[in-house]
Design a protein around this ligand. Structure first.
Ligand code: ADP
Length: 184
């Protein structure tokens, strides 16, 4: 049973690694960014509410993403395990998730901290060229990451749930290191 939370700055490779590891383990890859982008495409209520925050590189309000994650983790396919990518991003979200997992009997989660230096993540994101990947928005996302999300490293470290992987190496090297730390 694998339940993993991927933490790290935008551009650290969370999405790529989370997706391929989830395929390898045959468990769902739950990316809050992907769910939100799909909601925007579908012009759902959630999408309409989230769009302006995402365009600016701000966090979507906790309540919206928390409801979304609760709904997703209540689907039957999560019984085999899951990888959460992009959630939690604030201490409030982490507390919410901890309580949710206890309530739905899905504990024993581990947190993978995938880190890489700013210059590396900025270069990667500029190369990717998503709508919110302009240099100004990227810099803002990094500030938001440092202020709101980076405290989760300490939070999960204190709970002895944290595993660290160096994101500043080739994709294959990251995958190898990742597989090693999750089985260790
Ligand atoms: P990246 O890996 O580049 O940070 P994501 O796809 O994870 O990209 O997130 C894109 C955007 O979606 C974020 O900038 C934010 O606006 C919104 N978002 C995703 N997950 C969350 C979350 N857990 N809480 C608040 N906003 C979120």
């Amino acid at each position: 049973m694998t339940r993993l939370i991927f933490l790290g700055p935008p551009g650290a490779g969370k999405g790529t690694q989370a997706k391929s590891l989830a395929e390898f383990l045959h468990i769902p890859h739950i990316s809050t960014g992907d769910i939100l982008r799909q909601a925007i495409l579908d012009q759902t209520n959630l999408g309409l509410k989230a769009q302006s925050y995402m365009d600016k590189g701000d966090l979507v309000p906790d309540q919206l993403v928390e409801d979304m994650v609760k709904e997703r983790l209540n689907k039957a396919d999560t019984e085999a395990g899951w990888i959460l990518d992009g959630f939690p991003r604030t201490v409030a979200q982490a507390i919410f998730l901890g309580e949710l997992l206890v309530n739905i009997s899905q504990g024993q989660e581990k947190v993978v901290n995938l880190d890489a230096p700013d210059e590396v993540v900025i270069a990667r994101l500029l190369d990717r060229g998503r709508k919110d990947d302009t240099e100004a928005v990227i810099r803002h996302r990094l500030e938001v990451y440092r202020q709101d999300t980076a405290p989760l490293i300490k939070y999960y470290g204190n709970l002895h749930k944290l595993l660290t992987v160096n994101g500043n190496q080739s994709q294959e090297e990251v995958t190898t290191e990742l597989k090693n730390v999750i089985v260790a």
